[in-house]
Design a protein around this ligand. Structure first.
Ligand code: FAD
Length: 393
């Protein structure tokens, strides 16, 4: 049975971008959300193929390579719209469009872009970004996967950990060590999933994001042509950090979307209970004292969501303007992911006792929210980035 609903085809691709995204979220992502939240199903390839048919799989890729070149503000809006329905779908989509495609759109050779980027931008292939290892998460510069020069190529050996889309992806952007210890000894490579020696583990069991595959990527004497190295030897760490800088805008947008979904779940619940504040109540003497605590809490959640959206779009706009945005992206990631966890937590409390149910929309959002504080740099690391930028003046 086909999991992703049939495509609206070229008709959908002809709509303005915002409408294409809204239709994708409502017609494709929403129906998949309950199954994604239960886990055990893998639809990443189909999801991205459908995004491709609807003209939204290459929002950060130039039109010459099949993308939409829509910029980071449009990308952030798209990720938020998807995450509002389903955070698992959002991380699959975010990683594919952002860290798996954007860095080599920026740093890759024309031939690499012709061969691979257009396949990613049209949704024919699914992409993944492989930096983390069991012994090097935050301290990515200490990664141990090796790429040893051998004739007209390299031989890659090592194991990447916690890789989103692993097992389903067709192409991995892999960071491996070609030189000395430290950041300057790292290079980036495009590795096809079908090549001999490329294996993935079973998806890891996670607290949330159960519809998104996160797995180990094992590289066992994988021969990679030198033509698949992205950028010069020793520039892989710089590429990865640039990818994460703008990638954080996507994670911020994902967190905003999850928080928006949690807010809506709580508001629906309170409405069903009959909670209402007639206009007149706002004018009554003593109205402040009589305002139910739940209504006041809901208002605070709405303010947190609005602030998360504002900082995300601010960082995205700076990125689109081509001005430095490292600090703003880190602020956005820190604030919006913390807000996401707090809002989802409040939604679970407001929706009690129904939110005890594993499948309740508030419960699903609370489980999904946590990962946003961890990937693409934990929030402790965002604090270090912000402080470093401030102290450097
Ligand atoms: C669902 C999910 C999907 C992921 N997808 C990908 C992916 O697609 N590709 C990829 O490459 N990686 C991915 N990751 C990995 C993710 O980026 C790492 O988990 C993250 O960078 C943290 O690394 P770590 O888990 O090794 O924790 P560690 O780096 O070991 O950190 C452990 C704790 O110590 C804190 N800490 C570490 N250093 C410092 C410091 N200097 N100062 C203060 N506190 C510090 C951290 O904030 C954290 O709380 C994913 C992770 C998750 C959970």
């Amino acid at each position: 049975m086909r999991a992703v609903p049939p495509s609206a085809g070229t008709a959908a691709a002809a709509l303005p971008l915002d409408e294409r995204v809204a239709a994708f979220a409502a017609e494709v992502v929403r129906p998949l959300a309950p199954e994604m939240a239960r886990g055990g199903v893998r639809h990443a390839g189909e999801l991205i193929a459908e995004a491709g048919r609807r003209g939204i799989a290459g929002l950060l890729t130039p039109a010459t390579f099949g993308g939409q070149d829509a910029g980071h503000v449009a990308f952030a809006r798209a990720v938020e719209a998807v995450a509002r329905e389903c955070a698992s779908s959002a991380v699959i989509y975010d990683v594919h469009v952002s860290v798996a495609s954007e860095p080599f759109a920026r740093f890759g050779e024309e031939e690499q872009k012709r061969r691979y980027l257009s396949r990613l931008a049209t949704g024919e292939w699914l992409g993944a970004f492989a930096l983390s290892e069991a012994g090097s998460g935050s301290d990515a510069a200490s990664l141990a996967t090796r790429a040893v020069r051998d004739g007209d190529g390299y031989v890659l050996d090592g194991t990447k950990m916690w890789i989103t889309n692993a097992g389903e992806a067709d192409l991995y952007l892999v960071m491996a060590r070609t030189g000395d210890p430290g950041a300057r000894g790292i290079s980036a490579f495009l590795v096809e999933a079908a090549w001999p020696g490329v294996r993935t583990s079973r998806p890891l069991r996670k607290l949330g994001l159960r519809g998104s595959s996160t797995a180990e990527l094992v590289l066992d004497s994988v021969r990679v042509p030198a033509a698949n190295r992205v950028g010069a030897e020793g520039t892989g760490f710089r590429l990865a950090m640039a990818a994460l800088d703008s990638g954080r805008i996507g994670i911020s947008a994902q967190a905003t979307g999850i928080a928006q979904g949690a807010l809506e779940a709580a508001a629906d619940h309170l409405r069903r209970l009959g909670l209402d504040l007639p206009d007149a109540a706002l004018l009554d003497e003593g109205a402040a004292a009589a305002t139910p605590a739940a209504a006041s809490r809901l208002a605070g959640m709405a303010a947190q969501v609005a602030a998360a959206r504002a900082v995300t779009l601010h960082a995205a706009a700076l990125c689109d303007e081509g001005v430095p945005f490292t600090r703003e992206a880190a602020v956005a990631k820190l604030m919006s992911t913390d807000a996401c966890v707090a809002v989802a937590h409040a939604a679970v409390e407001l929706c009690a006792p129904h939110s005890r149910d594993d499948a309740h929309p508030a419960a699903v959002r609370l489980r999904d929210a946590k990962a946003c504080q961890i990937y693409e740099g934990t929030n402790q690391i965002q604090r270090l980035v912000i402080a470093r930028e401030l102290l450097r003046g």
